[in-house]
Design a protein around this ligand. Sequence first.
Ligand SMILES: N[C@@H](CCC(=O)N[C@@H](CSO)C(=O)NCC(=O)O)C(=O)O
Length: 218
Amino acid sequence: MGDEVVLLDFHLSMFGIRVRIALAEKGVKYEYKEEDIVNTKSALLLQMNPIHKKIPVLIHNGKPICESLIIVEYIDEVWKDKNPLLPTDSYQRAQARFWADFVDNEVHEVAKKIWTGKVGEHEKEKEKLIFNLKKLEEVLGDKPYFGGDTFGFLDIALIPFLKWFSTYEAVGNMKLDYPKLIEWGRRCLERESVSKFLSDEKEVYDFVLMYRKKIGVD
Ligand SMILES: N[C@@H](CCC(=O)N[C@@H](CSO)C(=O)NCC(=O)O)C(=O)O
């Protein structure tokens, strides 16, 4: 019997998009299940991720794997016959994991304070986000991809955020300066595994406006 793969996800989730890109890069077939994370989470999600109760969750032959970066590494290890995502060199792997963690804690968490917070209240976070994106541009340097000549793990970790940057700017009333990342993003979007899943900027913006109203900041 072949692999049974199910993905519990939310179409706009930058974390879920990471997993969808990795599965597409590996050519893995799976059943996609959209979760209504804003209102009612399914019993399956609560059963498969009882600790965080969050998406994405990959269910492989009935066994759940949680946390997007862990899921991407799992996919890379299980379906290792094509498109390796992590570098083979241990030091390069460690660097890729370090900067992917940076994306989660220094880009996403900082930006989330801006788009879920009252307008004008997060000047510190705005400065930090600008600084942190500049750091990522330095890591990219003049390479086509973060891992060098091939699209890989750290590209997958960051690319889903590309279509959230304009919302960060609009809600935060700020200007992000990241020309090299824009160029890199255009390069990544040439891959069908990316262009197929990256959210639409207006859809992201409309979702954030709805979410801000729901949590009462607008
Ligand atoms: N560290 C985790 C974050 C997942 C997450 O925040 N998922 C969100 C949707 S995307 O913003 C989620 O499931 N939120 C529901 C909730 O917070 O209850 C990962 O990398 O998978």
